[in-house]
Design a binder for this molecule. Structure first.
Ligand code: ADP
Ligand code: ZN
Ligand code: MG
Length: 482
């Protein structure tokens, strides 16, 4: 970032809701079905077909709005957004315009400098339907024809518009990743960016630091990954600054990001902007969310990641970093929660889950919803370890066995006899042999060469094949030779 300039960024995020049926008809929303197999007169836009609002879509949109601290409007209005495109058979999209479902929320991102958090405002959240998909590739005659798949037509979306509160590409990244995390915990979307269930357009301008006014807003489209979002913003900010520095002017426009070159290209200027001729949708009544329904939805909100992190830190003594990592996905948070409760040692459990278990999942390309080892087994291992039944080194081996065989750690320990030796008499028996085998070292130790203690402990550990409790070994040597 060049000194003297400040970027101003606002994001518009489209989220496909994970309802089973579409927003205004009963067609399935399953991704990847044969083209046009999930359509009906409503989502094909046939004349005379009437939309009926999906209650579940409203509930999911409202849950999101409440989780993001928005005011839910008691009466919101659907509107027609008119434009022509081959994948939009009706010639309009049902959306919301001047009476959106929710307004005035926000979410916290970690502050880039000095710790703490920064609140990013959310302007509005509205419900709308998705358009179909134009397919330009993958057919024998793709050089001459494009195809249209209307399975996506009518799938429910919410659009979440942020205030222009972000001040760096990294902040935009953090905002989108926090937002995604919340959406996943709410179970309102699968947020799969590759399949298009989470899509993001970025608005960015630059201004001189002392300037209170914002510069001309450039909207960047086609940002279908976190990496592209950050790269496109970095490129675009540099481009805007260079334009201004070389005496040029910036005008409001829409640009397209090209991942291959890492650049943005003009798509349309303000003069070419669409006039959507919004007007109220005559086929749908106003959406009414009375106080009772709003309360019911509020009461159904799950514990969100920020609240979980706070609870784990205050009640269980986790570090902020550990709590953050362990709330990476809802499945991971659930896994940790179950294991920590059963083990009664949350911090040790966190270490095993973030260490051994994560490493193995990564190595095998598994995610937290498909962990072959149940949380109860992690808890068992932690309990056995904490009780001193096995040493840390042995615990790693038991973990390895449990992972490979699916057997319970307790069973493995019992059957292998791989218990830690904590009986002083048994330790003494081992020491009898060790001390007899090293008379010279014993003599020197007795004469005051205390550094030899480590050597003698090491010999005893070796003789016990790692099973002796090292603290107890040390204690017994001191007692016998001291
Ligand atoms: P439009 O009327 O074109 O939809 P809005 O004012 O509603 O524009 O803003 C759309 C998005 O652009 C929002 O996310 C907002 O935060 C962001 N935005 C608005 N003005 C600017 C600006 N000057 N620089 C960067 N982002 C901006
Ligand atoms: Zn349909
Ligand atoms: Mg707007």
């Amino acid at each position: 970032m060049r000194a003297g300039y400040e970027p101003v960024i606002g994001l518009e995020v489209h989220v496909q809701l994970n309802t089973r049926s579409k927003a205004f008809c009963g067609c399935s929303t399953t991704f990847g079905a044969p083209p046009n197999s999930q359509t009906c007169p409503v989502c094909l836009g046939l004349p005379g077909a009437m939309p009926v609002l999906n209650r579940e879509a409203v509930v999911k949109a409202a849950r999101t709005a409440l989780a993001l601290g928005c005011q839910l409007r008691e009466r919101s209005i659907f509107a027609r957004k008119n434009y022509f495109y081959p994948d939009l058979p009706k010639g309009y999209q049902i959306s919301q315009y001047d009476r959106p479902l929710a307004e005035q929320g926000g979410l916290e991102i970690p502050a880039t400098a000095g710790g703490g958090a920064r609140r990013i405002g959310i302007t509005r959240i509205h419900l709308e339907e998705d358009a179909g998909k134009s397919l330009h590739e993958g057919f024998a005659d793709s050089d001459r024809f494009s195809y249209v798949d209307l399975n996506r037509s009518g799938v429910p979306l919410i659009e979440i518009v942020s205030e222009p509160d972000l001040r760096a590409p990294a902040e935009a990244h953090a905002y989108l990743s926090r937002l995604k995390q919340i959406l996943l915990f709410l179970d309102v979307s699968d947020c799969n960016m590759e399949e298009g269930s989470l899509r993001c357009d970025a608005n960015v301008s630059v201004r001189r630091r002392e300037d209170p006014r914002f510069g001309a807003k450039i909207e960047i489209k086609n940002l279908n990954s976190f990496r592209y979002l950050q790269q496109a913003l970095e490129y675009e900010i540099e481009r805007q600054i260079e334009t201004l520095e070389s005496g040029g002017r910036l005008r409001q426009e829409t640009r397209l990001y090209d991942a291959a070159s890492g650049r943005t290209h003009p798509m349309r200027s303000k003069e070419q902007a669409h006039d959507y001729r919004y007007f109220p949708e005559p086929d749908l009544p106003p959406l009414m969310l009375d106080a009772g329904w709003r309360e019911e939805i509020a009461a159904s909100l799950p514990e969100l990641p920020a609240a979980r992190q706070r609870r784990w830190q205050t009640e269980w003594g986790l570090t902020a970093y550990d709590a953050e990592v362990l709330t990476g996905t809802p499945a991971q948070a659930e896994y940790f929660e179950a294991a920590a409760k059963a083990s009664e040692h949350p911090k040790v459990t966190a270490n095993w889950i973030m260490g051994e278990l994560s490493a193995r999942l990564n190595a095998q390309g598994l995610d937290w919803s498909r962990v072959p080892m149940p949380p109860a087994h992690v808890a068992e291992l932690v309990k056995i370890l904490n009780a001193g039944t096995i040493s840390g080194k042995m615990a790693k081996e038991v973990f390895e066995q449990a992972w490979k065989t699916g057997r319970s750690p307790r069973q493995i320990v019992e059957e292998s006899g791989a218990r830690q030796i904590t009986d002083p008499a048994a330790i003494d028996a081992i020491l009898d042999g060790v001390l007899a085998a090293h008379p010279a070292q014993v003599e020197q130790y007795k004469k005051g060469k205390v550094a030899l203690l480590g050597f003698l402990v090491g010999q005893a550990m070796k003789a016990s094949r790692g099973q002796a409790n090292p603290e107890l070994v040390q204690e017994r040597i001191k007692a016998r030779l001291g």
